[in-house]
Design a protein around this ligand. Structure first.
Ligand SMILES: [Fe+2]
Length: 316
């Protein structure tokens, strides 16, 4: 079992990085910490960054998920390979760009690209938010797959993933720690990022941002509303190049795994998605950049931590 520890980042290709950064700072409120080699880093919590804009074609590039250590990463490589998933070790340059010590890339069976990362940089300095939106942390990320139920079956067969709640066959809200969901799969026909979520301090922050977003003529995709599954008060809004952001407050924690029974909500009932009965058009997806080099065979990076017995990926 591959044990996920946390979500780490989203990397998104941007044809107009200046505008993407402007929106992420002036509107979303994140801290811009500069760029390196065409990669622009945005910070919202103790992570070095949780969003990176990579100059180039529009579209999500990958989502980072963290593991405990190198041993866990090498075990994950074996498990994924045995499950028929091709993996690729990131080069030292790619790891540097992600501000992690090492990472292993894979595509889920529906084509969503993930980086399993180890030793992602933390930053102990207070976040210098560009706007006081009340952000306290990178909350969750959501990818698309044609069949969220099949996606959950896959994720839970390999990872420490549990289902928290279903929105029919439209969405699987999944957890790997007490937070109701940090990883979700929504129904969509192509690989992509449905949205990136930031938790805020209070319901007042969500409502203040609602007015702020309207004043700045930002497209609000859904909300403000309240999800009955997580009980979170939410608002989804669209940034440049189709990247959807969400603020939410009050996500449920499931402290007692054993007693939690996943609920199944009928998506045809409006209150199933917003218990306040608001419009429930789903958030739009930023599709994955599809001209990335295919995941190819590679060898683990030279590292003292690489055991001599690390399995070869040749032919994987
Ligand atoms: Fe969300």
């Amino acid at each position: 079992m591959i044990e996920l520890k946390d979500i780490q980042y989203v990397r998104s290709g941007s044809a107009d990085a200046a505008e993407a950064v402007r929106f992420a700072t002036e509107i979303v409120g994140m801290e811009y910490r500069g760029s390196e080699d065409g990669v622009h880093y945005l910070r919202a919590d103790g992570r070095h960054h949780c969003l990176a804009f990579v100059e180039g074609r529009s579209g999500v590039l990958s989502s980072g998920l963290s593991l405990a250590d190198s041993a866990a990463l090498r075990a994950a490589e074996v498990e994924l390979t045995l499950a028929g998933i091709t993996t690729r070790w990131g080069t030292p340059e790619e790891a540097h760009s992600r501000h992690v010590r090492e990472f292993l890339e894979f595509l889920d069976p529906w084509g969503n690209r993930f980086d399993l990362v180890v030793d992602a940089e933390s930053d102990a300095a207070p976040v210098e938010f560009s706007r006081r939106a009340g952000i306290i942390e990178f909350g969750h990320l959501c990818v698309d797959a044609p069949d969220p139920r099949a996606a959950f079956e896959w994720w839970s067969s390999l990872f420490n993933i549990k289902i928290s709640d279903w929105i029919g066959n439209k969405a699987a809200l999944m957890r790997f720690d007490p937070v109701h969901h940090k990883l979700a799969v929504f129904q969509g026909d192509r690989p992509g990022l449905c949205h990136i979520n930031f938790q805020v301090e209070s319901i007042d922050d969500v409502m203040r941002s609602w007015h702020f977003l309207e004043k700045h003529e930002v497209e609000i995709e859904q909300g403000p509303g309240r999800h009955p599954q997580s009980t979170a008060v939410f608002i989804y809004f669209k940034g440049p190049e189709g990247l959807t952001y969400e603020y939410s407050y009050g996500v449920r924690r499931i402290e007692d795994d054993a007693s939690w029974v996943p609920r199944y909500f009928d998506p045809a009932l409006p209150n199933s998605i917003d218990m306040w009965g608001g419009p429930t058009q789903r958030a739009s997806t930023q599709y994955q950049v599809d001209d990335e080099p295919a995941v190819t065979d590679a060898t683990p990076p030279a590292s003292d931590a690489t055991p001599a017995s690390a399995p070869s990926l040749q032919g994987a």
